[in-house]
Design a protein around this ligand. Structure first.
Ligand code: GLC
Length: 618
């Protein structure tokens, strides 16, 4: 199929008719005051139309398949895997060579962390992008990205890529042009010219890295005018310059980046730091209405050019706010699936870790209720760990301050009775420090621990429980690299000074992975058990992600439980204590969906730290 193929042009016309009015309305609302708005809008329309016509035939066919099964990412056979390219496999061709390993585990969604050209030296693990159109030379050639997408597609996997859309590296060509005095590019960033202006904004802003990168602005004399001073907005590190989305040229640039990468075969965009895109004085500058309009406009425009492509919001915000990143109906204000198709369920992830530390399932149960307003066509990304720290203050509206401090101390191993081997990280304005560490270390697995030792067995049971609960929640579960073989923390000697998150960014241990079928090792015992869950999950209709998990009432203290509905309803039950608990279920009969045997609903034992999936009939 070529760009002149008549059906391609007809399809494009239909999609323009359907989605352009939405995009145009949002863009008019965002940029109504811009000079020559009509010409600019015509340019945006031409850009997406051209991208649609340029879309490689194989990707257009993939779009067509996705459109007839729009719930593909909610199906219970979907499983993600997230990793740093260099840590996992050295290079992009290296990743291609490991696809068999991932397929064997059941992976269907590949999320390599940032891999586009990054600024040399400190670059926040690639989250300081120097060029959105080339691959970081250390990781491969630019052509290797499309090759990876093609190989992943052939292996039945989709490809997710970070688009670091909130900021560029100080080293990006736009920032360099701004620094050399080009006013066009200076207007791509937020530049303030007085300490007063900085102080006024700071008064209502939070801080992401209060210890390692305090404040939200960085002095940048090269941007000063007429002998004055200049500060550039840097929410994260001083070398990450926030883009100014109030400038339509910035919107258009990032749209072109998205279209370019979509046509390389990227299926899902992780919109990095989504809540921060729009700034307004006197606000927290997180999740402002205009931020949502920007993302909704991207969605409508991608629906024209690359309709199979999904947006994933990285919105680590209060549980009550996160649902808004899936979208809202303009007229009614009710949730609607018109923004991100996917968003991280950071709240549940954090509440599960808290539940294991405290034995208290209530916050997790309460969150299930609060998050149930998600549009049914959208899905959570569910996860146990990722490359970032666990931010306890994410639960600040549910859990008292002191309790969050205690849980943070627990995971740093600083409370009596704590088994955890993590480390505390950052703390904003008296908030609880967050936690770094690989999942296996946070549950207390010591390097070299072997099954049969009580501490090792307890740690492995806790890790399996976290995964079993996560795999049963509504959403697309994403495994963090190494968790499948219970990989522990990176050696302390390998950590860069001042950035504790590298504790949970170790190199993949391929020797450990080679022994993954040996149940006499911790890696093997865990891998076998996890694979069994992944296999079972794929065949359980109740674990389709559309309908939300419903918390179970009336469980004994120390037991977490929820119900998934469907043709064969399923209960997920988890004992958060080190003692066996026996519970009784309000069901006539039941079956353990993993062990595949009948159970007695009147007396169901849950071993120490055990989770079970029970299919029930009323
Ligand atoms: C996201 C990333 C994090 C990074 C930050 C700034 O939160 O997950 O690792 O530091 O964005 O780009």
């Amino acid at each position: 199929m070529t760009s002149s193929h008549p059906s391609r042009a007809t399809d494009l016309r239909a999609r323009l008719e359907r989605h352009w009015p939405t995009a145009e309305a949002l863009l008019r609302r965002l940029y109504g005051d811009a000079p020559a708005l009509g010409d600019w809008l015509a340019g945006v329309r031409d850009t997406v139309s051209q991208a649609a016509l340029d879309r490689p035939a194989a990707l257009a066919e993939r779009d067509a398949r996705r459109l007839v099964e729009p719930d593909w990412f909610q199906r219970p056979d979907q499983l993600g895997y997230c990793f740093y390219v260099d840590r996992f496999a050295g290079t992009l061709p290296g990743v291609q060579r490991r696809l068999g390993y991932l397929a064997d585990l059941g992976v269907t969604y590949l999320h390599p962390l940032p891999l586009l050209a990054m600024q040399p030296g400190d670059n926040d693990g690639g989250f300081a992008v120097a060029d959105y159109r080339s691959v970081e030379p250390r990781l491969g050639r630019t052509e290797d990205l499309a090759a990876l997408a093609e190989a992943a597609h052939a292996a039945g996997m989709s490809l997710c890529l970070d688009v670091v859309c909130n900021h560029t590296a100080r080293d990006h060509a736009w920032a360099r042009a701004a620094r050399s005095g080009d006013p066009h590019y200076r207007a791509y960033y937020h530049v303030l010219d007085s300490a007063d202006a900085v102080a006024t904004y700071e008064a209502t802003l939070g801080q992401v890295f209060p210890k390692t990168a305090p404040g939200n602005f960085t002095p940048e004399p090269s941007l000063a005018r007429d002998g004055g001073q200049a500060w550039v907005w840097t929410t994260f590190y001083p070398y990450q310059w926030d883009l100014n989305y109030a400038n339509p040229a910035v919107f258009q640039e990032m749209l072109e980046v998205l279209l370019h990468l979509a046509n390389q075969g990227v299926d899902i965009f992780r919109l990095d730091s989504t809540p921060f895109l729009w700034k307004a004085p006197g606000t927290s500058c997180r999740g402002l209405p205009q931020t949502h309009w920007v993302v909704r406009a991207w969605r409508a425009l991608l629906a024209i050019a690359a309709p199979g492509v999904l947006l994933k919001g990285e919105a680590i915000v209060d549980p009550d706010d996160v649902v808004s990143f899936f979208g809202r109906d303009e007229a009614s204000g009710l949730p609607a699936a018109n923004e991100c198709h996917l968003a991280y369920n950071n709240g549940m992830m954090t509440a599960l870790w808290l539940a294991q530390a405290t034995g208290d399932a209530d916050p997790a149960h309460a969150l299930l209720d609060r998050l149930a307003g998600r549009p049914r066509q959208a899905a959570w990304i569910t996860y146990v760990r990722c490359h970032d720290d666990i931010i306890w203050d994410a639960l600040a509206t549910l859990i008292p301050h002191e309790a969050l401090h205690r849980v943070s101390a627990f995971y740093a191993g600083a409370l009596p009775g704590s088994y955890a081997l993590g480390a505390a990280f950052q703390a904003d304005g008296g908030g609880a420090p967050s936690t770094n560490g690989m999942a296996a270390s946070l549950v207390g697995l010591r390097p070299g621990g072997r099954p049969g030792e009580p501490d090792t067995d307890a740690a492995l049971a806790r890790l399996l429980q976290l995964y079993q609960v996560t795999l049963a929640l509504d959403g697309l579960p994403v495994l963090y690299m190494g968790d499948e073989v219970a990989l522990t923390n990176a050696p302390l000697s390998s950590l860069p000074a001042g950035e504790g998150r590298w504790l949970h960014r170790p190199d993949m241990d391929w020797d450990r992975a080679a022994g993954r079928d040996d149940d006499a090792t911790a890696a093997g015992a865990f891998h076998t058990a996890l694979r069994r869950l992944i296999k079972a999950r794929a065949g359980l209709p109740a674990l389709h992600g559309a309908e939300p998990a419903q918390p179970l009432a009336g469980l004994p203290a120390g037991v977490l439980g929820f119900r998934r509905t469907g043709s064969r309803p399923l209960l997920c039950l988890a004992n958060l204590t080190g003692q066996t608990v026996t519970i009784s279920l309000p069901a006539a009969s039941g079956r353990d969906a993993v062990a595949e045997g009948p159970i007695d609903p009147a007396a169901l034992p849950l071993g120490p730290w055990q989770a079970r999936w029970i299919e029930v009939s009323a």
